[in-house]
Design a protein around this ligand. Structure first.
Ligand SMILES: C[S@@+](CC[C@H](N)C(=O)[O-])C[C@H]1O[C@@H](n2cnc3c(N)ncnc32)[C@H](O)[C@@H]1O
Length: 467
């Protein structure tokens, strides 16, 4: 195998493919590149030289002769120190420079419960390096990592800050994640206590910090995930076609420039095709305009529906989410994901077929209709209610249910955005204003997606009623 392209890791994603398939480039109008607003930055040459010299020694090879470390509005960043042409390989980092689970003592592994994911394991490895301080082989790198106060992942938001994003699914996901990480920490604490010299006295706050450092800057490697010094100083531009790639043959990570850069320009890569929800949860930032935005929605059969039991049963039998599996499935697994709606060759993209099928079941008013849906599914590919209902009135009703659901979500988002606009932010609270801006980006992006689906549903219902 040669080069494998990959994205940075969002939290708790175990099975993300190791390569990025289609590499859709957003139009500049819909997705401004950060480079266009970026001022050139003079790098601190001493810091850069020291860091690169340490990494060169650690790796036994040249890392990059065209990039230097500096800072931009996005924090630590990499800049072109020489002219770069599209197609140039701009950095090469051997696997030996990774911080991964291999940094942990082998004797510790049997003490770690199976349910702990590889990102939490790397967080534990990072905690050990942090505790070793200057004695750590990775000290020059570990010292560069942002402190807890500089992290804005939603798991660090206060109750009041989280209220700003209540209409978004990210609100409940953040709460779920925090609970999960607290549980993971308790499970890992016992293992760490067996190695007091290595870990010292790790508190929940330290673990959450390390966990968020991993989610915002680790990449998938062949086994699990790893922190990759220097490569993780590159900031994200959703319109970039440069990604971090694994060169298995040469046992190193590489980045190929997708465009030319003049000396002093900040160099960006794309971490992945991530929505603002993912960026907020995993990376602690958002983009003002993000063409990968999407909205998670939860729909359920209401308990006052006369056919409640029959609808739940039918949906459940066809693997559609219902309250029946709320004990076994997390909210995310029970939700539907809407993307910006586009019509292509008469087909609509963005509203999942499963969601439309769900709405068709919701719209049924008799057991006979439900039985017909089940029969039709059995006679075709087994999937329930995938085709338009023969009864046009009913088909319109199904889509009206979705339309009204989205309408309520739109009203919720609009009210929350208005609240953010009118909110008094104390001048002293820099973190709060950063987070308020992130809340605006998240809700604004979701609103655009909701509006696109809402308009499409309105047109569909109109078509149905006029037939
Ligand atoms: C892989 S690190 C990149 C280096 C980082 N700037 C630093 O100071 O170490 C990812 C972090 O950089 C910041 N970042 C990267 N791209 C960004 C962007 N387009 N807008 C805002 N922040 C960004 C976020 O804080 C993110 O969690």
């Amino acid at each position: 195998m040669g080069i494998v392209l990959r994205g940075a890791i969002p939290l708790r994603t175990h099975l993300r493919p190791l390569y990025l398939s289609s590499r859709l480039r957003c139009t500049l109008a819909s997705f401004p590149s950060p480079t266009s607003t970026q001022s050139k930055e003079v790098c601190n040459s001493k810091e850069n030289d020291d860091f690169l010299q340490w990494l060169r020694q650690k790796s036994g090879t040249e890392i990059s002769s065209v990039l230097s470390v500096g800072s931009s509005v996005f924090g630590r960043s990499l800049f072109a120190s020489k002219p770069i042409e599209a197609g140039d390989c701009i950095l090469k980092i051997p696997f030996s420079a990774h911080i991964s689970v291999d940094n942990l003592p082998l004797e510790m592994m049997p003490l770690i419960p199976n349910e702990i994911d590889s990102q939490s394991l790397v967080a534990v490895a990072l905690l050990a390096e942090q505790n070793l301080g200057q004695k750590s082989d990775w000290a020059p790198y570990v010292n560069c990592l942002p402190g807890l106060g500089e992290m804005h992942n939603s798991i660090f938001w206060s109750k009041e800050e989280l209220e700003m994003i209540r209409p978004s699914f990210v609100y409940s996901e953040t709460i779920e994640w925090r609970k999960q990480f607290e549980k993971d920490f308790l499970a890992l604490k016992t293992a760490m206590e067996n190695f007091p010299d290595l870990f010292g006295n790790v508190q929940l706050e330290n673990f959450l910090h390390a966990r968020a450092l991993v989610s915002s800057r680790a990449w998938e490697i062949i086994k699990g995930v790893a922190m990759i010094p220097f490569a993780d100083f590159l900031n994200h531009d959703g319109s970039s076609n440069s990604v971090l790639a694994i060169n298995v043959k040469e046992q190193r990570d590489e980045v190929i420039a997708d465009r030319s850069y003049a000396v002093g320009d900040e160099v960006f890569i794309r971490y992945g095709k991530f929505s603002n929800a993912t960026l907020l949860l995993d990376f602690g930032f958002t983009l003002p305009v993000n063409c990968y935005d999407q909205v998670r929605i939860l729909m359920d059969v209401t308990s006052d529906d006369p056919l409640y039991a029959q609808k739940c049963q039918l949906l459940h039998e066809h693997s559609l989410p219902t309250k029946l599996n709320s004990n076994t499935l997390k909210k995310k697994q029970r939700s539907f994901l809407i993307k910006q709606v586009r019509t292509f060759k008469g087909k609509v993209k963005g509203i999942p077929l499963a969601l439309r099928a769900f709405a068709r079941v919701l719209s049924a008013t008799s057991v006979i209709e439900l039985e017909e849906m089940a029969k039709e599914a059995a006679q075709s590919d087994g999937r329930l209610a995938r085709s338009p209902l023969k009864n046009r009135q009913r088909e319109m009703q199904a889509h009206l249910i979705l339309f009204q659901h989205l309408d309520r979500m739109i009203q919720g988002h609009l009210a929350a955005l208005k609240g953010l606009q009118n909110m008094n932010v104390p001048d002293s609270s820099e973190a709060f204003s950063t987070r308020r801006k992130m809340a605006k980006d998240l809700l604004g992006g979701e609103l655009r997606v909701l509006h696109s689906a809402h308009s499409w549903l309105a047109a569909y219902c109109k078509d149905m009623s006029s037939m």
